[in-house]
Ligand binder design. Structure first.
Ligand SMILES: CC(C)(COP(=O)(O)OP(=O)(O)OC[C@H]1O[C@@H](n2cnc3c(N)ncnc32)[C@H](O)[C@@H]1OP(=O)(O)O)[C@@H](O)C(=O)NCCC(=O)NCCS
Length: 191
């Protein structure tokens, strides 16, 4: 699995469009938004379309990120419902002057797509990162996720780096086979 990491480039930020989703409020995420954010992510990050994101999206992941990085978690609200989210975190290596803002999760309800909701979420998150001294903003996505790549490039992200995920099926590992055999033997002895 390849993912593409896209660093903030030198292009100016996209200008706000006139048609930017009227009636959509961007605000800090609250604890009570968690179930809706999680449910929206589950609809977006499916095993078929976005397998890498699907594997790591779960309630604990959202809860952990929200608890640790509440200040950089935003939601988009329309008609009282969560229609989008941008969950970010700040990273700094010990001894390094560079502070990074990482957009970890971004999603918009398909019913609200192409109305500038994600652009508004990312612009506000960018401002939050800048206020907190981040000097580089990172985003990443699967290289097959053309919509997200088009979106990030439109917003001025560039300097793309590839990162490859490799995997191995552990079911056929000798230790796993041995373990199953031991369990089977133990079950047989119990009978
Ligand atoms: C990618 C995503 C966040 C975009 O949200 P959005 O609210 O529709 O984005 P915006 O309306 O702000 O789009 C801004 C620009 O990005 C580009 N863009 C957005 N979606 C696009 C798509 N499907 N195809 C091509 N370009 C696209 C366009 O240039 C668009 O401007 P335009 O509508 O004036 O042409 C949304 O499609 C989504 O949630 N996808 C599934 C989850 C995901 O992939 N998240 C990112 C990785 S964590």
């Amino acid at each position: 699995m390849k993912t593409t990491t896209v660093n903030a480039g030198t292009k100016p930020r996209a200008r706000k469009r006139k048609a930017d989703a009227p009636g959509v409020e961007i605000r800090p995420m609250r604890l009570e938004d968690l179930p809706e954010v999680y449910a929206l992510g589950q609809r977006l990050f499916t095993a078929e379309k976005l397998p890498t994101l699907y594997r790591s999206w779960d309630e604990d992941e959202v809860m952990k990120l929200f608890s640790a990085e509440q200040e950089t978690c935003l939601v988009a609200i329309a008609q009282g419902r969560v229609v989008g989210f941008a969950l970010g975190s700040l990273m700094q290596k010990r001894g390094s002057a560079w502070r990074y803002g990482w957009l970890e999760w971004l999603g918009v309800d398909p019913a609200w797509s192409r109305r500038g909701v994600a652009s508004r979420l990312v612009r506000q998150l960018t401002s939050l990162f800048i206020e907190r001294d981040a000097r580089i903003m990172l985003v990443d996505t699967d290289e097959a996720n053309e919509a997200a790549l088009a979106f990030f490039r439109k917003l001025g992200f560039g300097q793309e780096l590839r990162h490859i995920y490799l995997s191995q099926n552990l079911d056929s590992h000798p230790e796993a086979i041995e373990r199953r055999e031991r369990e089977r033997d133990a079950a047989d002895e119990e009978e």
